[in-house]
Write a protein that binds this ligand. Structure first.
Ligand code: FRU
Length: 488
C-alpha cells in the first residue's frame, strides 16, 4: 500500500513492537553484573577461607537465599547479590542450578535493580510457576519506595526456562494500600504457595513496633487481597517468613533480626495461626534469613545465609536441611541425604567404654570433613571431639557437650541442649568446611558456626569424656564441590 499526500510518500508498514526500553536496560544491567562477578571470581577462589562445598556466589557479597524451586529437571537457587562489592548494597538476584543439591552451576544473574523505574534494590522473595510461567515475586526498594514504610512487591517472569527474567508490566503487584489502615513497616520478603486454585502469600514486617507475618491471597498473582495478620511477635520486626505444612501442622519460620525462630501450630478457618510449640531454628548469630521449597519427592528443604567471609567474597548458604514433623510433634532438622555424595573413604571406630581415644582420617581434612558420632553418656557429663594435627596442634573444636551447663557447642558456637526423656544417646553430624561448620544434633537441632579455616595436616579426631562412654564414630574427608560456571 502506498499513499502520496502533498508530494510526500507515506508508506504504511506492518506494526512492529519495539522492545520495552526498560527491559533492554534491565538486560544490560544483568550483563554488567554478570561480568563484574565473573571477573572477581578468580580472587575469591584463591582465598583459603573460601568454603569448598557450601554454595556461594562466584564472588563479592551475597546474603539471603531466594526462591529455591525445582523446575525443568533442576534445582534452582537464587540469592541476594551485590556484584560490585563485598559489603551489602546494590542488591541483585544471583542464580544457580543443580541436578542434585550438591553440585551447583552459576547461571546469569536473574534480577538487577531497574534504576530507570526507580528501583535501587531487588530484595528477597520467592519463585513460583503459575500456569507454566516461572514467576519471581520480590520486594522492590527505591528512593520513593523506601524499605521502612513504602516498600512494594514486584513480579518478574521468564519465557526461556528461567535463563532470563523480565519485570512484569503489572508492577507493582502489591502496594501498602493492601494493608488498609495498618502501616506495616519493613514490609518485605513475599513467600507464596498455591492451595485449592488460590495463591497465598505471606509477607514479613513490623506492625505497631512488633514483628509480624501478614497473609494475602490472589487468583492470578496480580490482584491481591489482604487475608489476615497471621502471627505477631515480641521482636521489633520479622523478615523472610516462610509458612508451610508439615504433616497435619503448619510451620512458620521467621528471621527476627536475631536468631531464626519457628512456630508449629494450626491454621483456623479464619486464617489465624495458633502456635502450639516454638523454638530457635538455629540459635547461631551466623545463620539468618532461611527460605524453603518442596523437592519433587515431597521433602521440605531449607537453606539459610551464613555470615562468614574472606578475601573477595562475603557470605555463603548453609547446607540443605530437610524439615519434618516428628512423631513427638517437634521439628525434625537433618542434612539432605544427597550430601553423602561428598564423602571420601570412611574411617570408623566403635568404643564400648572409652574416656579418650583418637581416630585418624585417611586424608587431611583440608577441603572438609564430615563426622557422625553417637555417644551413650552413661555417667559422663561431658564429652568433646576435636580435629587436630598429628602432635595435637592446631586444634579445631568440632562438638562439645556439657550436661551440667545444659549446652552443646558446635565449633565456636554454644547452644542450649537438654536431652529429652528417652534420649539415651547424643548423635551429632558435623560438617566442617574451612570457615564454616554446621552440626545437627539428635535430628532436631541445627547449629551453624564460624570455623578456623586452616586444617593443613589435620587428620586426627581426638575424643575425650569425663567418664567411660559408649561411642560410635565415623568420619569422612569430603570432596570439594564449589559452584562453577558452565564449561564454555
Ligand atoms: C534479610 C533481609 C531481607 C531483605 C534482604 C535485603 O537478611 O534484610 O529482609 O529482603 O535481606 O538484602
Amino acid at each position: 500500500m502506498r499513499m502520496v499526500l502533498c508530494g510526500i510518500a507515506l508508506v504504511a508498514v506492518a506494526p512492529t513492537f519495539a522492545a520495552d526500553p526498560s527491559d533492554e536496560a534491565h538486560r544490560q544491567a544483568v550483563a554488567r553484573a554478570d561480568r563484574a562477578v565473573r571477573e572477581a571470581a578468580s580472587v575469591a577462589a584463591k582465598d583459603p577461607r573460601r568454603p569448598a562445598f557450601h554454595f556461594q556466589a562466584p564472588a563479592k557479597w551475597m546474603n539471603d537465599p531466594n526462591g529455591p524451586i525445582f523446575f525443568g529437571g533442576k534445582y534452582h537457587m537464587f540469592y541476594q547479590l551485590n556484584p560490585y562489592g563485598t559489603e551489602w548494597g546494590d542488591i541483585h538476584w544471583g542464580h544457580a542450578v543443580s541436578p542434585n543439591l550438591v553440585h551447583w552451576e552459576h547461571w546469569p544473574v536473574a534480577l538487577a535493580p531497574s534504576k530507570d523505574r526507580g528501583e535501587d534494590h531487588c530484595f528477597s522473595g520467592c519463585t513460583v510457576v503459575a500456569d507454566g510461567v516461572p514467576t519471581i515475586l520480590y520486594t522492590s526498594i527505591g528512593p520513593k519506595t523506601r524499605a521502612e514504610d513504602t516498600a512494594v512487591q514486584w513480579a518478574a517472569t521468564s519465557s526461556d526456562g528461567m535463563r532470563t527474567w523480565v519485570k512484569s508490566p503489572a508492577n507493582p503487584i502489591m502496594t501498602p494500600a493492601l494493608n488498609g489502615g495498618n502501616t506495616v513497616r519493613d514490609w518485605r520478603d513475599p513467600f507464596a504457595w498455591k492451595d485449592g486454585g488460590v495463591w497465598y502469600c505471606v509477607i514479613g514486617g513490623s506492625l505497631n513496633g512488633k514483628g509480624c507475618a501478614v497473609l494475602y491471597k490472589s487468583r492470578d498473582l496480580k490482584a491481591w487481597d489482604f487475608v489476615s495478620v497471621l502471627a505477631e511477635g515480641k521482636e521489633r520486626g520479622w523478615e523472610c517468613p516462610n509458612f508451610f505444612k508439615l504433616g497435619d501442622k503448619w510451620v512458620l519460620t521467621y528471621s527476627p533480626h536475631g536468631p531464626v525462630r519457628y512456630k508449629i501450630g494450626n491454621l483456623g478457618s479464619d486464617f489465624q495461626f495458633t502456635a502450639e510449640r516454638e523454638g530457635a531454628f538455629d540459635p547461631s548469630k551466623t545463620y539468618y534469613a532461611p527460605t524453603s521449597m518442596v523437592a519433587p519427592d515431597g521433602r521440605r528443604l531449607m537453606w539459610g545465609w551464613a555470615r562468614v567471609k574472606g578475601d573477595g567474597w562475603n557470605g555463603c548458604l548453609t547446607l540443605p536441611r530437610v524439615l519434618t514433623l516428628r512423631p513427638d510433634g517437634r521439628l525434625g532438622i537433618e542434612p539432605a541425604k544427597e550430601l553423602e555424595a561428598l564423602r571420601g573413604t570412611e574411617a570408623a571406630t566403635e568404643q564400648p567404654a572409652a574416656e579418650k581415644f583418637d581416630l585418624t582420617l585417611p586424608a587431611a581434612a583440608e577441603s572438609g570433613v564430615e563426622v557422625a558420632v553417637t555417644v551413650t553418656p552413661g555417667k559422663a557429663t561431658r564429652f568433646a571431639l576435636t580435629l587436630t594435627g598429628k602432635d595435637g596442634t592446631p586444634s579445631h573444636p568440632m562438638v562439645a557437650w556439657d550436661q551440667k551447663a545444659g549446652r552443646i557447642a558446635a565449633g565456636e558456637t554454644a547452644a542450649e541442649f537438654q536431652p529429652l526423656d528417652g534420649e539415651d544417646t547424643i548423635s551429632v553430624r558435623v560438617f566442617l568446611d574451612r570457615s564454616i561448620l554446621e552440626a545437627f544434633v539428635n535430628g532436631r537441632e541445627a547449629i551453624t558456626s564460624p570455623a578456623g579455616y586452616d586444617f593443613a595436616g589435620c587428620r586426627t579426631l581426638a575424643f575425650a569424656a569425663d567418664a567411660p562412654v559408649g561411642v560410635s564414630l565415623k568420619a569422612w574427608p569430603l570432596k570439594p564441590a564449589p559452584a562453577a560456571y558452565p564449561a564454555q
